[in-house]
Write a protein that binds this ligand. Structure first.
Ligand code: SF4
Length: 275
């Protein structure tokens, strides 16, 4: 999809007038809609999908690029693809404006959350992997982690950021790819969490570590520590052949099978064995 300069300028004007926003309510997202905390997400076009070839996912791999969540659910709809591309082009060509606009939206959400005496969850890397806290601070001098009623969380493939933000209001879950299992083990052994994508079932343990389902909601900041967060492959990830997705076909040793209880597991196993 080609984005013209005129389309980028139009988007810029819409954002300037406040007709459009960068952050979307989590209610429009199948996973975030399950969060019990009101949530907002920023979705851009991942890795080098922009006119300048700027990499928005510096830790990405061929496997995750092909199976990226950007190809799942609403992400396939042409209107959604176009909106993400337009916002990405604004980021690429008008970075200062973009970062100030994002800061304004976060500030407004924080005020709203204060007025409602609640907290909102913010996921800035819905389909990118950038260090927004630093980018915004460098450009504007403001630290978005100072907003009292906002909690931030993301998945990332940049190990340094997991350590850097540990213990702050920005909760990062490291993401396994087909190339970084050694890093994953190191993080798990030190009590941090790692997200792993499985298909078609999420096992109740993986690599010797307990697995929790990351499908019940997207509130990664509430997860217990030192666990694998199991996610189900979506979109093109279901066809992954590069090892980004871990195949787990045995329902009996899946979280779902475990929850169903021994009788149901025996029943299913018997059915499988019958001629
Ligand atoms: S899976 Fe994450 S890191 Fe990989 S391309 Fe998609 S958004 Fe980027």
């Amino acid at each position: 999809m080609t984005i013209t300069k005129e389309a980028i300028d139009n988007r810029l004007a819409q954002l300037l007038r406040g007709d459009k926003k960068l952050l979307h309510s989590g209610n429009d997202n199948a996973k975030l809609a399950k969060n019990s905390v009101e949530s907002y997400i920023l979705n851009l076009s991942p890795f080098t999908q922009n006119s300048k070839g700027t990499n928005l996912c510096p830790g990405s791999t061929p496997g995750c690029q092909t199976g990226c969540l950007s190809t799942a659910g609403h992400g396939r709809m042409p209107s959604v693809v176009q909106t993400r591309l337009l916002n990405t082009e604004v980021f690429i060509h008008h970075r200062k404006f973009f970062l100030n606009r994002l800061l304004d939206e976060l500030r407004a959400l924080n005020i709203q959350a204060i007025l409602e005496n609640t907290q909102y969850a913010i996921r800035l890397n819905g389909t990118s992997d950038l260090e927004w806290v630093r980018l915004i601070q460098t450009m504007t001098g403001e630290n978005i982690l100072d907003f009292s009623n906002l909690i931030y969380y993301d998945y990332t493939k940049i190990e340094n950021w997991v350590h850097k933000y540990f213990g702050t209001k920005y909760h990062l879950t490291f993401s396994r790819s087909e190339t970084n299992w050694d890093q994953c083990k190191k993080l798990l052994d030190s009590g941090l969490n790692v997200a792993v994508v499985f298909h078609p079932y999420i096992p109740y343990q993986y690599g010797g570590y307990p697995v929790i389902s990351g499908e019940e909601n997207d509130m990664r900041f509430t997860d217990p520590k030192g666990v694998v967060v199991g996610l189900l492959a979506k979109g093109k990830a279901k066809q992954d052949k590069r090892g980004f997705v871990v195949e787990h076909k045995d329902w009996g040793s899946s979280i779902e099978g475990w929850k169903a209880g021994p009788e149901e597991r025996i029943k299913r196993a018997t059915q499988t064995l019958l001629p």
